[in-house]
Design a protein around this ligand. Structure first.
Ligand SMILES: Nc1ncnc2c1ncn2[C@@H]1O[C@H](COP(=O)(O)OP(=O)(O)OP(=O)(O)O)[C@@H](O)[C@H]1O
Ligand SMILES: [Mg+2]
Length: 579
């Protein structure tokens, strides 16, 4: 065996393995360098998903010719003036990005310090391939061509140009979100992919890079816990997505993908969203530099906190606080496409009974229900619409939707979804205050189930009693129900116990029912008095609306769907072509 020191180009290539897996990683390093150089505008040009070419130009400090040469050497950095790694305030500090990239591609740096001449230097897969004067405005332009062209083992692992481009765009979005003071443009194969001006406000930048509708459907976060601050915007639970890609997390201005942070976000939204739905948000955590170690991962996308529990508390606390404040708000405007459907609705067939004045129409012609709108006299003491955000009930459609008139528009409420939410919140309150009130059944009801189902219920009898459901084992294959939660009203007891048994079968035995309160409450609400398909009196409808207004999170059901939508007067006017 003979031990030898590896030649520099091999060392760099090994380092490149850690830092540069795909074009997006190289691009991230180049843009971070431009940010660290104090740029105010950064323009990016890509071709073939960044595999063919990545070009990043900035108007930052620039480098003198000897600095360019040094920048391409391993472990050469201007970013650790002292010897303290704990004090870095720049995105880079390892001094390896440029030599690593240069070892697996053809890399050219052109740079000019203001007031001096420009210079250019090219390395081709680690070897010098020319240098000389260059003409360019003050700043730096770095070009990376033919990434992994000579490293077939790596090239093989690249995905399609389209998905490499998607990863590049994501990287730039995240950095652009972190720095609204800097302008960014990105072009891919001749097409504009992104363009934001320097000096945006943070919310404006976040909205420009995620979804313009986020601005109307989000909450501003501003929360302090110990030495840490949480800022940014968090989407309302009803403004959710099927993938978690729309979550942007930053620690001290550095975009990170951190399991701890992602888990905390999930916990904060837990009972507001179905398991497969994800909120849209951009959260900025600021902590003193000695509270966080950024030198954990070569690509610097993970961090380590000195007090992980504190950071989790910061995120969960900050989000819950904002979401609780939001009360009954939901993503309340119907989407543009839903409005479009209304507009394109064909004229109804003549056989369809037209609503007479005072009746409400059936909105959805696919409903199997016969029209059953009632013109119940809007009772004299019905309060003024303007005093209530959700308005005053005017009628019910398909025995499922409450139609209410608010000061600023028409409100439609999904009575079942809303009730489900109210039951969950009532239960939560009652349990926090010592227990759920029960209502004894006049005659205990026997529910027959198979033996394992009875066993599962029996094992949870104590927990269910806390939730207001008093049960007893009744022989091998039956459960006796003595009392139900009073808040549910008279409901379908047999259906409730049967469904609970099914839920319990799907439960993880280690979890307490309290931890799964949302599921239990949803099951209970399903069998409570305000099911879909039940006709409600005007008084009952108004009671439901009033309760929604004062109940936290009543804007979305336990699965994150909205419980109500509002057609503003302006929307209605549009539907009738008055606007
Ligand atoms: N666009 C740029 N403008 C001005 N100077 C730059 C630019 N890009 C790189 N440099 C200089 O080159 C040095 C080396 O860059 P490189 O990215 O290899 O390492 P780093 O940024 O210091 O650390 P890291 O490896 O963590 O990115 C930097 O420290 C900086 O001084
Ligand atoms: Mg760098």
């Amino acid at each position: 065996m003979s031990i030898r020191r590896l030649p520099e180009h091999l060392v760099n290539r090994i380092a490149a393995g850690e830092v540069v897996e795909r074009p997006a990683n190289a691009l991230k390093e180049l843009v971070e360098n431009a940010i660290d150089a104090g740029a105010t505008r950064i323009s990016i040009v890509l071709s073939q998903g960044g595999i063919g070419r990545i070009e990043v130009a900035d108007d930052g400090s620039g480098m003198a010719p000897d600095e360019i040469a040094l920048a391409l050497e391993r472990h050469a950095t201007s970013k650790l003036p002292g010897d303290e790694i704990g004090e870095v305030s720049t995105l880079g500090f390892r001094g390896e990005a440029l030599p690593s990239i240069a070892s697996v591609a053809r890399l050219t740096i052109e740079s000019r310090v203001r007031g001096a001449d420009g210079w250019s230097r090219t390395l081709d897969n680690g070897r010098l391939d020319g240098e000389g004067p260059a003409a360019l405005p003050p700043g730096t332009r770095v070009t990376v061509e033919d990434l992994f062209g000579r490293v077939p083992a790596r090239r093989k692992f690249l995905r399609s140009e389209r998905s490499e481009y998607a990863a590049c765009l994501d990287v730039v979005k995240r950095l652009a979100m972190a720095r609204p003071d800097i302008g960014f443009t990105l072009e891919h194969d001749g097409r504009r992919g992104l363009s934001v001006q320097p000096g945006d406000s943070r919310p404006a930048r976040v909205a420009a890079l995620t979804d313009r509708e986020l601005a109307e459907n989000s909450l501003g976060i501003d929360y302090v816990r110990g030495p840490a601050h949480l800022g940014g915007v968090a989407g309302l639970p009803t403004f959710n997505r099927g993938v978690a890609d729309h979550q942007y997390l930053f620690v001290n201005g550095r975009p990170v993908r951190d399991r701890l942070l992602i888990g905390a976000v999930r916990a904060a939204y837990q009972d507001l969203l179905a398991r497969d739905r994800h909120p849209v948000l951009a959260l900025f955590i600021e902590v003193p530099p000695d509270e966080v170690d950024v030198n954990v991962h070569p690509a610097k996308t993970e961090v380590r906190f000195r007090d992980p529990g504190g950071i989790r508390g910061l995120i969960v606390g900050g989000l819950r606080h904002a979401l609780d404040e939001a009360g009954h708000r939901s993503a309340q405007r119907p989407s543009a496409s839903a409005l479009g459907n209304w507009q394109s609705q064909p004229v109804r067939s003549p056989s369809f009974p037209l609503p007479t004045p005072g009746q409400s129409a059936v909105w959805d012609r696919h409903e199997p229900y016969a029209p059953q709108a009632r013109a119940e006299a809007a009772v004299a003491e019905v309060p003024q619409a303007q005093s209530f955000p959700l308005g005053v009930a005017r009628g019910q459609v398909a025995a499922t939707y409450i139609v209410a008139e608010a000061e600023d528009g028409l409100v439609l409420v999904d009575q079942h979804a809303a009730h489900e939410r109210l039951v969950l919140e009532r239960m939560r309150r009652a349990m926090a205050n010592g227990g759920v009130a029960t209502q004894a059944l006049l005659l205990p009801e026997v529910v027959e189930l198979d033996e394992p189902a009875c066993d599962r219920i029996e094992a949870r009898i104590g927990e269910l009693a806390e939730m207001g459901l008093e049960l007893e084992r009744f022989g091998p294959r039956a459960i006796l129900v003595r009392a139900t939660p009073a808040m549910l009203g008279a409901g379908d007891v047999k259906g409730l116990v049967t469904d609970l048994a099914d839920e319990l079968a799907a439960f993880d035995g280690a979890l307490s029912l309290k931890e799964k309160l949302d599921l239990v409450a949803a099951t209970m609400a399903c069998h409570g008095s305000v099911r879909a398909g039940r006709i409600l009196s005007v008084a009952e409808m108004n009671a439901l609306l009033r309760e929604m207004e004062v109940t936290p999170h009543s804007g979305q059901c336990n699965h994150g769907r909205p419980t109500w939508v509002k057609l503003a007067h302006g929307d209605i006017e549009k539907l009738f072509g008055r606007k």
